[in-house]
Design a protein around this ligand. Structure first.
Ligand SMILES: Cc1ncc(COP(=O)(O)O)c(C=O)c1O
Length: 506
């Protein structure tokens, strides 16, 4: 079969409304890259987010407009979208963005996403995505290597930390149930209650997993934490043994490797010993912290990740991949196929190659790996160790600042998260008095909102020991010492203003 020369194929092109003339595509693509480069370059000089109301944003989007009946000109549409987003977005790549755990995007990842979309590989099967499948497998292996996990592990990329944890949870569920849980579900005759063990600092993915996968959130045993907010391993042992004595069956123990609120790392090696003695699946939620294992400054507990049966890791956190990219790693790769594989008659996929559809919940899958793979090759292990080490060092520098100042109270420092609250200097001696605590709580809540909306910087919050605190998390290779040095003054200026207003209020 021959398809004839390209020119004659071009002459036969269908007239499709979505098709774009190659010359226009090329010109528009160049223009877009210029606009993106200008936007990225301008970030330090602009606010983290523009001062605007939700109505301003909706008006800019023209959100009441009806679905267009007929299409428009691609060049003006893309130009308009670029201008709209440049004006009305929040930029987590801004040097003064310290919110949640959302990283600055690696520029090579931005380009990788465009290339991935152009190839549009469906990475569910090797047949549909030969190079993309090989690239994903290598990416997964490199992530394992970077965190000191066995490179023989099975794994795949998913949308983020929640999904990576879900995949590991389901692999553990299949192994923990002595019956065929995939066929009969949880309500097999005589089936015990499956229990999940994790610290109270665990991210909310665990509730979603227990809820979505039929256990219910009552199945979660919240293990107490020590003063550093790490799981109390003696308590874990007691609770597991009491449940077993009552006839319940542990599904898994979750060790958090970098908690969302404070960056606390559970004592993974000690938890692994309990799991080993009792034959329980150990899952490490390293969505945030696992990647720090490559940095010399990381806590020692992270060196024990290799003891876990599964690990969730988020490339869109500390590999600085543009959203979305999570990664599930499972020591025994067959646990993934045992949990997810089906062989429907309508797929003709050969078994001698990797077909990712058998390894996870997704069917059609995008080419997420490309942006991660390119970034890993661009920075290398040493580059990542340096960037992550710098983030950790800068969080420490910020913590030192707030610890020394009379108008701040420092709370915790873990990985690259510092927590603190603004305390007007005259109230410092009265911290702990109920009236003062109520004032500080209201003040710091209002302060968070005000700082976020100001565009001067973006921090988020945590609640520690019942106290509402501000939280700066650095997973941002654009943030430097000058930014960190300026942050306390930015917060204090807004804080002093608000404090005066709150005291004036009736
Ligand atoms: C420890 C931990 N686990 C899971 C998640 C969920 O990750 P994602 O938001 O990528 O789904 C987060 C997010 O911050 C996290 O910090």
């Amino acid at each position: 079969v021959t398809h004839g020369p390209a020119e004659s194929r071009g002459a036969l092109r269908r007239d499709a409304p979505l098709d774009l003339d190659p010359a226009e595509f090329r010109a528009l693509g160049h223009e877009l890259v210029e606009a993106v480069a200008a936007m990225l370059e301008s970030l330090p000089a602009r606010p983290v987010v523009a001062r605007q109301t939700p109505d301003d944003v909706r008006a800019a989007v023209d959100d009441a407009a009806p679905l267009p009946e007929h299409g428009g000109d691609a060049t003006s549409l893309v130009r308009g979208a670029a201008a709209l987003l440049a004006r009305h977005s929040l930029f987590n790549g801004h040097p003064a963005f310290y919110g949640y755990i959302t990283s600055s995007p690696a520029p090579i990842g931005i380009l990788g996403d465009m290339l991935a979309a152009a190839v549009n590989a469906n990475v569910g099967s090797w047949t549909l995505a030969p190079a993309a499948t090989a690239i994903e497998a290598q990416t997964v292996r490199w992530i394992a290597e970077l965190i000191g996990y066995p490179t023989s592990a099975g794994g795949l990329l998913v949308s983020g930390g929640n999904m990576a944890n879900f995949v590991c949870f389901l692999a553990a569920r299949r192994r923990a149930a002595a019956w065929d849980v995939r066929t009969t579900g949880l309500r097999a005759p005589g089936a015990p209650n499956l229990r999940v063990y994790c610290s109270a600092e665990t991210h909310t993915w665990v509730q979603k997993a227990a809820d979505l996968f039929g256990l219910g959130t009552d199945s979660i045993r919240w293990v107490p934490v020590d003063d550093a907010l790490r799981m109390d391993v003696a308590a874990l042992r007691r609770i597991v043994d009491a449940d077993r004595a009552a006839g319940d069956a542990p599904l898994l123990v979750v060790a958090t490797a970098g908690s969302v609120s404070t960056g606390a790392v559970d004592p993974i090696a000690d938890i692994a010993a309990v799991c080993r003695e009792r034959g329980i699946w150990l899952h490490a939620d390293g969505a945030y912290g696992a990647l720090a294992a490559c940095a010399p400054a990381a806590p020692d507990a992270l060196r024990a990740l290799a003891l876990a049966d599964s690990v969730a890791v988020d490339p869109h956190k500390w590999l600085y991949a543009p959203l979305e990219a999570g990664c599930a790693l499972v020591r025994d790769a067959t646990a993934l196929t045992d949990a997810f594989s089906y062989h429907p008659p309508y797929y003709h996929f050969t078994a001698d190659v990797m077909n990712y559809v058998d390894y996870g919940p997704q069917n059609s899958r995008g080419f997420r790996a490309l942006k991660v793979w390119l970034a890993l090759r661009h920075a290398g292990r040493a580059g990542y160790a340096r960037m992550i080490g710098d983030d950790i060092r800068l969080a420490g520098r910020l913590f030192d600042h707030v610890r020394r100042r009379p108008d701040f109270e420092a709370f915790t420092l873990g990985l690259s998260i510092a927590t603190f609250r603004y305390v007007p200097a005259d109230l410092r001696p009265r911290v702990g008095e109920p009236g003062v605590e109520a004032h500080l709580d209201a003040l710091n809540r209002a302060l968070l909102d005000r700082v976020q909306k100001s565009g001067d910087a973006f921090v988020s919050n945590a609640v520690i020991g019942g106290r509402y605190v501000l939280r700066a998390c650095i997973v941002n290779f654009h943030t430097g010492e000058a930014d960190v040095d300026a942050l306390p003054d930015i917060i204090a200026a807004h804080g002093a203003d608000l404090d005066a207003a709150l005291r004036r209020a009736p």
